[in-house]
Design a protein around this ligand. Structure first.
Ligand SMILES: Nc1nc2c(ncn2[C@@H]2O[C@H](COP(=O)(O)OP(=O)(O)O)[C@@H](O)[C@H]2O)c(=O)[nH]1
Ligand SMILES: [Mg+2]
Length: 223
């Protein structure tokens, strides 16, 4: 197949995805929806565990968990008494809006204040697919190396919030937090950057405050 034909197919697939994402966004007028993206093991599910543990009494929360295989992440969230639904991609390296729509309907969560979508662990594929979220959150753990924002610029440019995770490991690693902050700020001057650790609790209050603020802003806009 020619390169032009491949690009045309990809463009059409993204257009079709946009149409479904628009429909999802309209339906989520009163719900704050986040699309969490990172490489496998950066700490997405662990951050969600810490987040729902803190906010489950305050808000109606649910989680859509994207993975290639297994129900493990959804089980971890359900163990905390918060509804979660596993989306299995059967090999695909990202979630698409159509698959999210189908699974969201099946999950039947009812009215929600916050919906978290944990994307498949990958820093590249999920970036181009709008899932109807309010914003993307990019996670990068200190163990992954300080060169990653400039190596994977698309996700760090698009994510409204970037989180540097596993701050507790900093004493053991050659990871220059300020250099990483600078890379992310260069790619995305208006983006917010947080430094968190689920072990020490560092940054988790700021993260929860950011969620409260974003939900408040969204509700004020739609009122
Ligand atoms: N030291 C440290 N380890 C963490 C932290 N957050 C997650 N982890 C560990 O990193 C591994 C992967 O975490 P997980 O949340 O499953 O990553 P995911 O694949 O992005 O969902 C697990 O062994 C976690 O216990 C953290 O803040 N500090
Ligand atoms: Mg996970």
């Amino acid at each position: 197949m020619s390169e032009t034909r491949v690009l045309e197919i990809r463009r059409k697939a993204l257009e079709a995805n946009e149409a479904v994402a628009r429909r999802l966004r309209e339906g989520w007028e009163n719900t704050l929806v986040l699309n969490l993206i990172s490489s496998p093991g950066s700490g997405k599910t662990t951050l969600l565990e810490a987040t729902v543990s803190r906010l489950r009494e305050e808000y109606r929360i649910a989680v859509l968990e994207g993975d290639v295989e297994t129900e493990r992440d959804a089980d971890r969230i359900r163990a905390l008494g918060v509804p979660a639904h596993q989306i299995l991609t059967g090999g695909a390296c990202h979630l698409e809006a159509k698959l999210v729509e189908k699974n969201y309907r099946e999950a039947d969560f009812g009215d929600l204040d916050i919906l978290f979508i944990e994307n498949v662990g990958n820093l590249i594929c999920p970036t181009s697919y709008d899932l109807g979220e309010d914003f993307k959150v990019a996670l990068l753990s200190t163990a992954e190396g300080e060169d990653k924002p400039f190596k994977y610029p698309a996700i760090f440019s698009k994510a409204e919030v970037s989180i540097i995770t596993k701050a507790d490991l900093l004493p053991h690693l050659p990871f220059d937090v300020e250099a990483v902050r600078e890379q992310i700020s260069t790619l995305n001057p208006s983006g917010r950057i947080l430094l968190t650790s689920t072990l020490s609790g560092e940054g988790i209050d700021q993260w929860c405050d950011l969620l409260r603020e974003k939900l408040g802003d969204k509700r004020a806009r739609s009122a």
